[in-house]
Design a protein around this ligand. Structure first.
Ligand SMILES: [Zn+2]
Ligand SMILES: [Zn+2]
Length: 128
């Protein structure tokens, strides 16, 4: 089977680089295709606020050791996103492109974590 090539037209590499200043970019290509597909389904702008994170930055952000954002020992498969969070959460839960979705609503942060965990069985959707 040949690889399916999808242009990532709404985002640039810089959107997903580790925010600590280390410049690390190690996003999973298939995840970026999911994210782009979600942008098309959602139909409104998405602003990625955190994509890949080196181990140090992931720790500083309070991310768990097994975080899908961690991109030093594996490719990252999560992006924190702002925009119309209520619609992002609703569309993300409906579309089936992600199996880890967390709307940080009640903690005052207001972003939606969109992730794909290849080892996870079932869906993990929650409002935090
Ligand atoms: Zn970093
Ligand atoms: Zn996240």
């Amino acid at each position: 089977m040949t690889a399916i090539l999808v242009p990532i037209k709404n985002f640039v590499k810089e959107d997903f680089i580790c925010k600590c200043g280390c410049g690390r970019f190690n996003m999973d290509e298939n995840f970026l295709i999911r994210y782009q597909a979600f942008r098309l389904i959602h139909g409104k702008p998405l602003t990625p606020t955190s994509g890949g994170r080196c181990i140090k930055h992931n720790k500083a952000e309070g991310g768990v050791k097994t975080s899908l954002h961690q991109c030093e020992t594996k490719k990252a498969t999560a992006v924190d996103t702002t925009g119309d969070c209520a619609k992002i959460y609703k569309d993300a839960c409906a579309c089936g492109l992600f199996n880890e979705i967390e709307w940080h609503k009640n903690d005052g942060k207001n972003f939606v974590h969109l992730g794909w965990d290849p080892n996870q069985k079932g869906l993990d959707y929650k409002i935090i």
